[in-house]
Design a protein. Sequence first.
Length: 276
Amino acid sequence: MVAIAVLFIMPIVITFTNSLMSDQELATNYGPIGQMNKAVAGKANPFVNLKLLPDQVTLKQYGKVLVSSPRYLTMFWNSVFLVVPIIIGQALVAALAAYAFSKLQFRGRESLFLVYVLTMLMPFQVTLVPNYLMADKLGLLDSRYAIILPGIFAAFGVFMLRQFMLGIPYAYIEAAKIDGAGHLRIFYKIMIPMIKPGLAALVILLFVDYWNMVEQPLIFLDDPFKQPLSVYLSNLTAEKGIALAASMLYMTPMVLLFLYAETYFIKGVQLSGIKG
């Protein structure tokens, strides 16, 4: 397991250490990348010099990304303005829908939930055309709402939180009803505190998914200055140093969120009153 962990972590380590290299060192070590056609013709060596540690540590590449390249920060905030509303909106909608599907009795509940599950089974590319046509009819193309609204009402969060709520005994709700609590009060005072571990896991999964999205922005956003950071990085190939530094900065929010949510997840299990 340690060997497998090292195998998965090594690309991140190499990206970080190589982002601390100078332009000259990067050109020396990775100059042959992208020159395979010339190498076949005998004009270049196709092999690169993969190095773990730089000869001289420098933060010049990070300075270029954060100071000399204002477009990076613009794309970063574009990603934030797309991802944060989706996470907040989907977490709220999914929690409310999951409560209804797991704890409320109404006609057609199971059939309606089956429709939710079927939408999850369809490939993402299948829903792109209907979403595009709907956004076009609503006049939302080339706006953030064309991406945010479908993300808020996605079915994954409903499915995940419903499965989590099914494990909560109905006795909690019955006791609250005896005390005169209504469904909204039961939801906010009882269910939300007890599903904190599920919400934490959902936030992590949603952040990773939508922080890395590429297809939706390329299809729904025509203005390049509205594109998120994921699209910016996919087109960043000219300067290797900037690409490495930008990649490290790009993954930093995901790492920090995971480290925070991991502790919160354990704390949530301890406070939830649910024994696994």
